[in-house]
Every structure is written in structure tokens, then in C-alpha cells.
Design a protein around this ligand. Structure first.
Ligand code: 0RA
Length: 683
């Protein structure tokens, strides 16, 4: 039976990239390794798991064999059917599995293939070996894990059939009529004793078959889902191979090139195919396959591809003057950014390495891929100067950004910007040294800072006052951020250091609370700080250490009763309540109030007196005295803190460009749009 490692031979049929099996493959060429008991005992060893992955693996295994036959140039059509009883049928129009008697087992080749683990063929003195991948374990594994399996073969005008139960033949190979064409049909029902869940996922099967069709151009693969009342039918056929695959992956995205780069060549007996397209994007997608098996961890073929890409683009950029003598070369990461690429190699004895066998280990895959891509990419660039220019300009930009970021980081680290710095004088630290109970309030403005210092619980609460002027710093540049003394002191106060030295374990506070005014300046500062945390202290956010304080908007006093409101609706409710019972017995707080967005209050109406009730609208934290700030915003028993999620921080990072970027117009527009609701500019 065809194994993944066996789909290629030394001979070529002259067709580009096609390495066929020799036609002289007979029953005697199949040799035997062992029986099927180990498969049922430890199915995970053979198919990875007995969950949905392993279940679907059964189909991949059977389809693989038909694809081998197609790649050998014999099968043109493969049909997969999902049937009502939960079984699957895979049919191809190849030569049909040989049924002649096997010299060693004295059984038919078909039965040998179906019942022998690691049964492989031999031809031309070269072993027809088993591959180490998850695929390529052989159809006998599918047989072992199926309640029943039926194999039908059409060869020489005769239809042969044999059935098996849990891997054991239920009878001999029998003649079952005549047929006009040749081919193989394998039907099986996964064993419920092995698989807890035996439901096929149509989308999953479709995705796999589509992928296989891209990898095997010129083969038609059909799927019939006959489980419902109305059968669903899909067909895949791609003339373009990986070229079609890359087009599919980049569908509806913004391409940088018009023509997809594509090459398919045989080099030192390896069949190499690669295609890529650059997008106007910074994400990279690289899919690599060895003998049609996806290699999620890449391996030698991917390494070869990357080397070739890097080298060829560097050479071209130098030759064409894009890179000057003094410029350093593009790195492999520079040239990968924004690229969608698929690499597929077919070789005789693939070695899959790593824990999950997800990486191709053959060194010859690297040299051949590198050679083929080097040569064809050079030619591509020369023939498409327009595409070449766009690609190189993008890579130049990526390289520039990398160099700037690196220089920035080095400056920061070289200067030891944070090393040996003592805690900043403006920090009013807490007395507790236990980070788990310590809180750092980052407070906008000196006056609010003063109130917070007086109002706090000295044992657990530290105050870091920030000057309230908007800071214009370039967000990605660590050096620019740290050029700001305020930010630098703050980093020292946090205790975690930064960049390579960053260590979450040495953080000095498990709650870091941003406390700023509900106006545009406050939003600026909050956005800057969130961006700083998002970019350079992500684990702090991810660990849920970052919070935003929620000071109330209103203070409502009626006689001795003082209450606070966090929204207009709440203010109205409180006013109504106070109107109804004028003689409240004691001060009450309603800090359980919701903080959802409300229509903004009238900013002009700072006070509102109704029947002796006084309503004060807080315009800034500075208007609160220490006791009020403690009671409403800092007291752990009463306050509302909003925990910052990574999504919040990412959104702030995006907003940062609008608020602090070079372009004035979007900022103006943003502020105009949101001016009325700035108190809710709320991250
Ligand atoms: C080896 C030799 C021959 C056919 C096949 C393998 C074969 C295997 C499968 C598995 C699924 N479909 C398949 N189709 C063909 C025949 C060689 C000959 O006839 O000379």
C-alpha cells in the first residue's frame, strides 16, 4: 500500500515535477512487518488521539493512498462519501490495489496491505518505506480501528471485494462481478469501541480535501455528504497547484503584487513547489508540506525557502541600488513580513521530527528548496521589475522599523536607563512590602495627588502623581518613552524593569490604578499609560494587575445626607429619593452604582439646587478633598475599579495614533466627536 514516504521513486516520466511509481509493482514486492493488535491497544500512537482529530485522521489516511495513486499519474478522480450510517467511502480511478497472492504471506496483496501494520512495497531494490509522519501509517491502521471495512478493487475487468471486522478478514478476496475501468474503493465504519465521538465534520473534511487538491494539481477531489435528506456535493480541481492555493489564502486581501510568484521543479530527485504573494499587511503566513503532509513546525524545506528569499532579495536590492553599500542586509524576518507563502516538497524518505512529528528533518529538502527558489526568484524579479520594486520597498520599510527599534532598545539598555535608580522622590510609597496587598495609584495632577496622599491607606496604598500635561511620545519607541522623566520614574516605581530585563515577579504592586480626570487631558494621559503598559508591560495587563479608577461625577447633599452619583440617571434617582425622604438618617453612599455609559450631563450646570439639595458636579479629581477621594474612589470597601483587559489596552494603543500621532485632523475630529462624552472616554 502506498505510504507517504513511498510516493516518489527515482524515475521520472518527463512531466515537470512528477515522480511516478514504477509500473512494475506486484504482489511480491510487498513485505510484512507485524500484526494489528498494537493499533487497537494504543490507537493514539498511530493516529495521534481518539478524539475528533484521530477520527478524521482515518479519512486522511485512506484519501492519502488514492492521492499517491494520483501523483503516480494513474488516478484522476477521487471521491469521498460521508454516508448515513456513519461510514465513509473513498473511491479512486487508479490501477486498483493488486490482488495477486503475496509470496511471503501466501495471501492476496490486498489482504496483506489491509491487515499488516507497516506493510510496504519494495521496488527497484530501493525500499518502499514507511514514513514517520502521522499520515502514512497505512490503511491497515484504519482497518484495525473500524468496526468494519470493505475494500473493492477493479482490475483486469474483474471486481474483487474483501471485508474485515476490526481489522480481521471476514472472508477471502472474492470476485464480485465485472467492471470496465480500474480503481479502488475503501469503505469503513469507525469503531465506537475506540472513538467516543464518531460524527464527521463536513467543513473539516472539505478543508482537508481542498488543501490536498491544491497540493496535487490536476486531480479532481469530490465530496458527497449523503447524511442529510438532500446530499451536499463539492468538487475541487486546481490547475494552478500552489498558485491557486496562495490566491485562495489571499482572497479579498490587499496584495502588493499582481502576479503570484510560483515555481515547481525537480531538483536532485526532490519535487519542489513554492508560491508566495506579499500583502499590504504585517502578518505573515507560511504553510509548508512534505509529501502532502502539513508540517506546522516547518523544517528543512521552510528553512531553505527562507534562506533563498532572504539571499535573493538582498542580492537584487543591492544590484538595483535599493540597498546602499553602508546599509545592512535584510534579515529573514524583514523579508517575511506581510508574505503569504506555501511550500510543498515531495521526497522519497521523509523524516518527520519533533515531539509531534511536525517538522521535516531531511537536509536535502533544504538544499534543494534553496537552490530552486534562488534561481526562480531571481528570474521572477528580473522579469517583474514593478512587483520587485513594490516588494523591495516594503521590505526596506520593515528593515528600517526594525533597525530603529533595535537602536532604541540598545540606547535604553546601554544607558542602563533604569539601573541603580532609587525610587523616585515624588512617589509616596506604602509601608507594606507585600506586593499582593499593595496598590499603586497613578494620579493626574499635583492637587489630586495631594488629596490622594492625604486620603490614602498608607499601609497598602502608594501614590504616584503625574504632571497633567499631554505627553507627546512615539509609541513604539521605548527610548522616546523613557526619555520622559515621568514615565521613567514610573517604571522604577513598578519595580519590574523593562524590555529584556522585564520580570513580572519583581512587580511591587498587584493593583496599579490609573486615576485621571474625566476630560481630554485625562484621556490623553490614560491612553498614553495604557499604551505604555500594552507595549512594554503586557504581562501586567494580562495578569489583571491594571485598573482604572472610577471617581463619581456628582456629589449630592441634602442637609446632613451626602450621596454620590456616577451617572446622570443615578443623580436623578438620588434627587428623587432625597426629595421623598428629606430626613435621611446618615450619610449614605451608593457605590454599587453601575458605570455604564450614560448621556453626558450638562457641563455648564455645575450645581443644581432643589428644595435645599445641593448638587456638585466634579470637574476634576482636584475638586475632591482627601476624605471624599478616599470615600468614593480609593476605599477598597466602597470604590469601583475597572479592571483593564488586554483588549482595552489594545484599543487604547490604536486610539493613541489618533490622539497623539502626527496628524492633526483625525485628532481634531476625534475630540469634536467625543467632546460631549469625554468623561466616558473610558478605555
Ligand atoms: C501499488 C501498486 C498498484 C496499485 C496501488 C499500489 C494502488 C494503491 C491504492 C490505494 C488506494 N488506491 C490505490 N490505487 C492503487 C498496482 C500496480 C500495477 O497494477 O502494476
Amino acid at each position: 500500500m502506498a505510504k507517504k514516504g513511498a510516493k516518489t521513486s527515482v524515475k521520472r516520466d518527463g512531466e515537470k515535477g512528477r515522480i511516478p511509481k514504477p509500473a512494475s509493482y506486484e504482489a511480491k514486492d510487498i513485505y510484512v512487518l507485524e500484526g494489528l493488535e498494537p493499533v487497537r491497544k494504543r490507537p493514539g500512537m498511530y493516529i495521534g488521539s481518539t478524539g475528533p482529530d484521530g477520527l478524521h485522521h482515518l479519512i486522511w489516511e485512506v484519501v492519502d493512498n488514492s492521492i499517491d495513486e494520483a501523483m503516480a499519474g494513474f488516478a484522476k478522480n477521487i471521491t469521498v462519501e460521508l454516508l448515513n450510517d456513519g461510514s465513509v467511502a473513498v473511491t479512486d480511478d487508479g490501477r486498483g490495489i493488486p490482488v495477486e497472492t503475496h509470496h511471503q504471506t501466501k495471501k492476496s496483496a490486498l489482504e496483506t496491505v489491509m491487515t499488516t501494520l507497516h506493510a510496504g512495497g519494495k521496488f527497484g531494490g530501493e525500499s518502499y518505506k514507511v514514513s514517520g509522519g502521522l499520515h502514512g501509517v497505512g490503511v491497515s491502521v484504519v482497518n484495525a480501528l473500524s468496526e468494519w471495512l470493505r475494500a473493492e478493487v477493479c482490475r483486469g475487468g474483474i471486481r474483487y471485494a474483501q471485508e474485515y471486522k476490526r481489522g480481521a478478514p471476514a472472508g477471502k478476496v472474492k470476485k464480485a462481478g465485472s467492471c470496465e475501468h480500474t480503481g479502488t474503493k475503501v469503505s469503513f465504519l469507525p469503531d465506537k469501541q475506540i472513538f467516543a465521538e464518531t460524527q464527521w465534520n463536513e467543513k473539516r473534511v472539505l478543508d482537508h480535501l481542498r488543501q490536498q487538491a491544491y497540493l496535487t494539481k490536476g486531480v479532481r477531489i469530490n465530496l458527497f455528504d449523503r447524511r442529510g435528506d438532500v446530499p451536499a456535493c463539492h468538487g475541487f480541481y486546481f490547475e494552478g497547484g500552489l498558485l491557486s492555493f496562495v490566491k485562495h489564502l489571499t482572497y479579498e486581501k490587499k496584495p502588493l503584487q499582481e502576479d503570484v510568484f510560483h515555481v515547481q521543479k525537480v531538483h536532485s530527485e526532490l519535487d519542489i513547489e513554492a508560491a508566495f504573494l506579499y500583502l499590504n499587511d504585517s502578518k505573515t503566513e507560511e504553510l509548508s508540506f512534505a509529501n502532502n503532509i502539513y508540517t506546522p513546525d516547518g523544517g528543512m524545506h521552510l528553512t531553505g525557502f527562507r534562506s533563498a528569499l532572504t539571499r535573493t532579495l538582498n542580492n537584487y536590492a543591492r544590484a538595483e541600488g535599493y540597498l546602499k553599500e553602508k546599509d545592512e542586509n535584510f534579515t529573514a524576518d524583514d523579508v517575511r513580513e506581510g508574505m503569504v507563502a506555501v511550500i510543498s516538497v515531495k521526497l522519497r524518505e521523509p523524516q518527520f521530527e519533533g515531539q509531534t512529528k511536525a517538522r521535516l528533518g531531511n537536509p536535502e529538502a533544504r538544499t534543494s528548496t534553496e537552490a530552486v527558489v534562488n534561481e526562480s526568484l531571481k528570474e521572477f524579479l528580473e522579469r517583474h521589475p514593478q512587483e520587485a520594486r513594490r516588494i523591495i520597498e516594503k521590505v526596506l520599510l520593515t528593515a528600517k522599523a526594525r533597525i530603529a527599534a533595535k537602536a532604541a532598545k540598545e540606547t535604553v539598555l546601554r544607558k542602563g536607563a533604569l539601573e541603580g535608580l532609587t525610587l523616585p522622590g515624588k512617589l509616596a510609597d506604602c509601608t507594606s512590602k507585600n506586593a499582593a496587598e499593595s496598590e499603586l495609584f497613578i494620579v493626574e495632577g499635583d492637587s489630586a495627588g495631594g488629596s490622594a496622599k492625604q486620603g490614602r491607606d498608607r499601609r497598602t496604598q502608594a501614590i504616584f502623581p503625574l504632571r497633567g500635561k499631554p505627553l507627546n511620545v512615539e509609541k513604539a519607541r521605548l527610548d522616546k518613552m523613557l526619555a520622559n522623566a515621568e514615565v521613567r520614574s514610573l517604571v522604577v516605581a513598578l519595580g519590574t524593569a523593562i524590555a529584556d530585563e522585564f520580570d513580572l515577579g519583581s512587580i511591587r504592586y498587584h493593583k496599579i490604578v490609573l486615576m485621571s480626570d474625566a476630560d481630554v487631558d485625562g484621556a490623553h494621559i490614560r491612553t498614553l499609560l495604557l499604551t505604555l503598559f500594552f507595549r512594554h508591560f503586557k504581562p501586567v495587563v494580562e495578569n489583571g494587575y491594571l485598573y482604572v479608577a472610577q471617581p463619581p461625577l456628582y456629589r449630592i447633599q441634602a442637609g446632613k445626607t451626602v450621596r454620590y452619583a456616577w451617572s446622570d440617571a443615578q443623580k436623578e434617582k438620588i434627587l428623587a429619593e432625597l426629595g421623598a425622604s428629606r430626613s435621611a438618617k446618615r450619610d449614605t453612599h451608593t457605590n454599587t452604582a453601575q458605570t455604564e455609559k450614560e448621556t453626558p450631563p450638562n457641563i455648564e450646570a455645575a450645581t443644581d439646587s432643589r428644595s435645599g439639595t445641593n448638587v456638585q458636579r466634579y470637574k476634576g479629581l482636584g475638586e475632591m478633598n482627601p476624605e471624599q477621594l478616599w470615600e468614593t474612589t480609593m476605599n477598597p470597601e466602597r470604590r469601583i475599579l475597572k479592571q483593564v483587559t488586554i483588549e482595552d489596552a489594545a484599543e487604547a494603543d490604536r486610539l493613541f495614533d489618533i490622539l497623539m500621532g502626527d496628524e492633526v485632523e483625525p485628532r481634531k475630529k476625534f475630540i469634536q466627536t467625543h467632546a460631549a462624552s469625554v468623561q466616558n472616554l473610558d478605555i
